[in-house]
Design a protein around this ligand. Structure first.
Ligand code: PEP
Ligand code: MN
Length: 342
């Protein structure tokens, strides 16, 4: 951390700032020029910059290291690869997770599971517990939905990613899920993050609707702090001012996260755009930008979906998306993981 003193700061103010930093356990190196004094401070991991900014005579406080640690690339230079059975998320392969927004019935989830598997997805998605904006919207089948997901895994061999919406529900979800999803609305639900951090399952952490990348990585840090290092990040679009799309799909987040963090990041162009015809172009772009995987909403009959029908692909459209994404992955020296034989 660097503390820049005001031009008119007095010796007494400078001494008081140095004394406070030492009291907080920091190492301070003073350098005084013709007009200003600058303090180089080492060991600031646990202090807030605001604690220093409020001191008399301080002009500005600059952090030189990221506020997150274990999630940062400087702490762990090699890419993290999250391994589940034979699947490696964050390596050379691009992993596709697909399925309906919500689990609606046995028929629907089994049809969806077979369709996405036939097209080449390796993970089935589907919410049993749904965090809906309106309390009157379909809230998911709950426990029954989890049982149906388990059934779909048995039939297809697909792994399951499904959402936990509160800390009390994490253990229940973890019994069935191969990956626990933390949704955008819950990215900063710290009790949920702590519970998911204690679960012995990988976590898919979605970026909040108005969260910066630093905030996303700080939420990942919560999972690390509880001992869970199997973290997969997800860019799912952020709030913009233009109603032309549901969200603004932030493609830049992919290379930005890859530079700042060692964690894999997957792209969700379904929630990212909210519009079916925009999903495939943005999926192609995400693979080209280096995404480690895709999360795509696919419904056997999107027009009858109980949630997110407008952004759900039908099985034919998804199959075409997969063909296009396979071709793009090859161009950048990767390949799309294929489902195992069952
Ligand atoms: C979902 O994946 O269906 C979902 C609710 O996504 P998000 O949390 O990104 O809105
Ligand atoms: Mn959805």
């Amino acid at each position: 951390m660097i503390v820049v003193m005001e031009e008119r700061a007095t010796e007494a103010q400078i001494d008081a700032v140095i004394a406070r930093l030492i009291e907080l356990g920091m190492d301070v190196h003073r350098s005084s020029g013709a007009t200003r004094t600058v303090l180089g401070v080492v060991g600031t991991g646990k202090i807030e910059k605001e604690m220093i900014e409020i001191l008399d005579g301080v002009h500005e406080v600059l952090r030189i290291s990221e506020p997150y640690k274990r999630a940062s690339r400087s702490y762990h230079p090699e890419d993290t690869v999250v391994t589940i059975d034979d699947l490696r998320i964050g390596g050379d392969e691009v992993i596709v997770m697909a399925g309906p927004c919500s689990v609606e019935s046995e028929k629907q989830i089994l049809e969806a599971a077979h369709a996405v598997r036939d097209a080449g997805a390796v993970i089935l998605r589907g919410g049993a517990f749904k965090p809906r904006t309106s309390p009157y919207s379909f809230q998911g089948l709950g426990k029954k939905g989890l049982q149906l997901l388990a059934r779909a895994r048995e039939e297809t061999g697909l792994l399951i990613v499904t959402e936990a919406i509160d800390s009390e529900g994490v253990d229940l979800v973890a019994e069935v899920a191969d990956i626990i999803q933390i949704g955008a609305r819950n990215m900063q639900n710290y009790s949920l993050l702590k519970a998911a951090g204690r679960a012995k399952k990988p976590v898919l952490l979605k970026r909040g609707l108005a969260a910066t990348i630093t905030e996303l990585l700080l939420s990942a840090e919560y999972l690390f702090a509880e001992g869970n290092r199997q973290v997969i990040l997800c860019e799912r679009g952020i709030r913009g001012f233009d109603p032309a799309t549901r969200n603004v799909f932030d493609l830049t987040a992919i290379p930005v996260v890859h530079k700042l963090s060692h964690l894999p990041i997957v792209a969700d162009p379904s929630h990212g755009t909210g519009l079916r015809d925009k999903v495939t172009p943005m999926a192609r772009a995400a693979i080209a930008a280096g995404a480690d995987g895709l999360l795509i909403e696919v419904h056997p009959h999107p027009e009858r979906a109980l949630s997110d029908g407008a952004q759900s692909l039908n099985p034919e459209q998804f199959s075409e998306l997969m063909n296009q994404c396979r071709a793009i992955a090859e161009v950048i020296g990767r390949h799309v993981a294929a489902p195992a034989e069952v």
